[in-house]
Design a protein around this ligand. Structure first.
Ligand SMILES: C[S@@+](CC[C@H](N)C(=O)[O-])C[C@H]1O[C@@H](n2cnc3c(N)ncnc32)[C@H](O)[C@@H]1O
Length: 269
């Protein structure tokens, strides 16, 4: 906004305030995305074969009290402004054909297509936006002031009094969110990695995936390269829940104590 007859000083102040609010409210972007995941809005839109839907059509597919529909419209506008969906607004007056004529049409974008279908990143996105992982950032300032030794001074531990992996061991719901998230991320990225870096796996007869979780990455390697004997090393409580009907061998242990021998070590954070 340019001010009429104002000094540059006032214009600069307002521009700076705008930037300050943009940084202050930056979290709205990720919280709107989290709401879309919680409400399964991308799934609701994807249900309509063309990948587009109006708010009333979305409401038909999700659980929402009718009093919240105006708020859903606002959420959809934020999600369209941030590129999660596109919004196509109807021509003035509508076409006169139906009830939804005045409704914007929301369409999946390349971003939200990653929240549905076979290469679905919804579980890892939900995991990364889990309150246990987001809330420690509220304490980042006090973490900086803490004088403990670096290894015992992780932000997560500062906030929760235990490490991420101690919490997954004690909290079954958080553990499931982390494991499901990791599996979805591995499915996605290993499809790309195997296409792009197949040469890296040539000539290897055995491979150990260190901190390999449920073994989605190792399974993808074993499937693409049947000559590579793949194993997964992870903590006891993860291996206890790992699938048993796969081509990979699961080994419970602590990577800081020992790593089983193999031609290659693989690590996917
Ligand atoms: C970020 S996750 C990655 C999981 C897996 N690589 C994937 O992509 O699906 C890190 C993994 O390391 C495991 N981990 C953490 N500390 C470990 C340790 N000391 N020894 C073995 N595994 C460990 C966790 O249980 C978790 O499954």
């Amino acid at each position: 906004m340019a001010l009429n007859g104002s000094t540059h000083h006032n214009q600069d102040l307002l521009d700076a305030q705008l930037e300050l609010w943009q940084s202050t409210f930056g979290y709205i972007k990720s919280m709107a995305l989290k709401s879309a995941l919680d409400l399964r809005i991308a799934d609701a839109i994807d249900h309509y074969g063309c990948g587009s839907a109006t708010v009333p059509q979305i409401v038909d597919r999700i659980t929402l009290p009718s009093s919240k529909i105006p708020h859903l419209r606002r959420l959809m506008r934020v999600l369209a402004a941030t590129g999660v969906f596109t919004a196509q607004h109807p021509l003035a007056g509508g076409s006169g054909g139906g009830d939804d004529d005045d409704e914007p049409m929301y369409t999946l974008t390349p971003v939200s297509r990653l929240l549905v279908g076979s290469r679905n990143l919804a579980p890892i996105t939900s995991m990364l936006l889990h309150p246990a992982l987001v809330s420690p950032f509220l304490e980042l300032g006090s973490w900086f002031q803490e004088k403990e030794a670096p290894e015992s001074c992780q932000l997560f531990k500062h906030a929760h009094g235990q490490t991420v992996w101690e919490q997954t061991d004690r909290d079954a719901a958080f553990d499931a969110a982390v494991n499901d998230g990791m599996v979805s991320d591995s499915h996605f990225i290993m499809g790309v990695a195997i296409d792009e870096c197949a040469g890296a796996f040539q000539g290897i007869r055995s491979l150990v995936d260190v901190g390999g979780g449920f073994g989605a990455a190792a399974q993808a390697i074993a499937k693409a390269f049947p000559g590579v004997k793949c194993s997964v090393l992870d903590l006891d409580h993860v291996i206890a829940k790992a699938p048993c009907d796969t081509d990979v061998q699961y080994i419970a242990g602590d990577m800081f104590e020992s790593i089983p021998p193999a031609d290659a070590m693989f690590f996917k954070p």
